[in-house]
Design a protein around this ligand. Structure first.
Ligand code: FAD
Length: 414
């Protein structure tokens, strides 16, 4: 059997694996990426948030990605009936990027891996990791290519960026139930032939159908738009009696007064994809000789587009710490990796939960707007969830709940 030796093996070439690979390639490490699918491939996760730009930059991918002309995303709009709440990232609290992209992930992920390959990163596409065995920090990974040929990779460290493939969580039995309520989604792309001119046409928007149900509209620079519906699993299941995803998304579009005319009569670019009970979690983020990143660890909810950001934040950080360890330096994985990542995840978990309780929606639509509150929430939505100078980060556990309570009390008094 063919056997290769590398310092760091990366499983999966999504955003998490790509930024990890880009960073390690820049440092001159001996790495290999193993990716199960052939790119381009369809995957969800099309609305980015500004913090990811720091990661693409650090991974040496920003310039290449910028040259593709992906649609720029300067903020996001939340629609509730006649009420509109727009966040403009240039008005956020604190430092950080003011914009990002909204992207068809098939093209975006292909753009990243093309650039990595151009830089000399060894990526084995259409090759699946089937097993990993650890002996201390060293490991032997078994892979199988599209022809069925089996080979092995000896690595000093494995970064598992396999997303919902969840390679190491499955093998090492690290999967644990999510603390969030079961929610599901159905999405597809349309040729957006009714797209209005100007900002209205390209504006990324979330239309609130009910407190826990919302439609996403993500226009791309290629003329297509992603349309998706999210809600409690039972609600999404009832959108089609027969389980037909096309019927379900058509019914979902009809629920949106704002978008029904624009999308009602359009056909779909691919069969709508149903992602059932999408939230996942794990019991630990690392172990001897490995780290889990991105969706291989936790996925919360799409409502604030935090998925790719956590994938790249954890991908870069795991790469840095793995390299330190291989170079003989001490790494406190619990503190430097788990605690750091969990802090950000905890902040976003509060925002997701408070969105679905309706408390955060009270703050979004409260009039007159409080510019200070808005700037601070905007910084969270931009992904800057480690900036404890922001009271909407540092006091996230109570601040939304308390402010929503005060707003409701005032409404009752007036
Ligand atoms: P992925 O992008 O999934 O990449 C993992 C890769 O690993 C895949 O290419 C896969 O083929 C490969 N792989 C799997 N198994 C193996 C194996 N055995 N061997 C080798 N390779 C393997 N995030 C956002 O930021 N914005 C959004 O708007 C957004 N919307 C979402 C909507 C829904 C309904 C859902 C469910 C998620 C959404 N997300 C969103 C989350 C986003 O999709 C993920 O968080 C993100 O793609 C995770 O990136 P990743 O690199 O960890 O995994």
């Amino acid at each position: 059997m063919n056997t290769e030796n590398v310092d760091i093996l990366i499983i999966g070439a999504g955003p998490s694996g790509s930024v990890a690979a880009g960073y390690l390639q820049k440092q001159g490490s001996k790495i290999k990426v193993v990716e199960k699918q052939k790119f381009p491939r369809i995957v969800v996760g099309e609305s980015l948030i500004p913090r990811v730009m720091d990661h693409f930059d650090e991974a040496g991918l920003f310039e290449a990605l910028d040259s593709y002309g992906f649609e720029k995303k300067p903020g996001a709009r939340f629609i509730r009936g006649k009420e509109i709440c727009i966040f403009d990232f240039s008005n956020k609290f604190g430092e950080g990027w003011d914009w990002t992209w909204q992207i068809p992930r098939a093209d975006f992920d292909k753009a990243m891996t093309d650039e990595l390959q151009r830089k000399g990163v060894d990526i084995a596409f259409e090759t699946e990791v089937t097993n990993v065995e650890f002996n201390g920090t060293n490991s032997v990974t078994t892979i199988k290519d599209k022809n069925g040929t089996v080979s092995q990779i000896n690595a000093k460290f494995v970064i598992d960026c396999s997303g919902y493939g969840r390679v190491l969580p499955r093998i090492l039995k690290l999967e644990s139930p999510s603390k969030l309520d079961p929610h599901s989604a159905i999405f597809t792309h349309v040729k957006d032939v009714n797209r209005p001119d100007g900002v209205e046409g390209t504006q990324i928007s979330f239309d609130i159908i009910e407190t826990e149900v919302w439609l996403w509209v993500i226009p791309f620079s290629n003329g297509n738009t992603s349309v998706g519906i999210v809600g409690p699993t039972e609600y999404i299941d009832k959108l089609s009696v027969t389980g037909n995803t096309e019927e379900a998304i058509k019914n979902a579009i009809k629920l949106s007064d704002f978008y029904v005319k624009r999308f009602d009569k359009l056909s779909f670019e691919f069969d709508p994809i149903h992602l059932k009970n999408y939230s996942v979690a794990v019991s630990q983020f690392y172990g001897e000789g490995y780290a889990l990143t991105g969706n291989s660890t936790e996925f919360l909810d799409p409502v604030f587009s935090s998925g790719v950001c956590f994938a790249t934040e954890s991908g870069i950080l795991a790469a840095k710490l793995a390299l330190k360890q291989i170079n003989g330096e001490d790494v406190n994985w619990e503190k430097e990796y788990t605690e750091y990542m969990k802090y950000g995840i905890d902040v976003f978990t509060t925002y997701v939960k408070e969105w679905y309780t309706g408390n955060l929606q009270e703050l979004f639509y409260h009039q007159p707007e409080n510019p200070d509150v808005k700037r601070k929430i905007c910084a969270v939505l931009a992904g800057y969830v480690w900036n404890k100078e922001n009271t909407f980060v540092a006091k996230h556990h109570n601040i939304i709940k308390n402010m929503a309570y005060m707003i409701r009390e005032n409404k009752m008094d007036s």
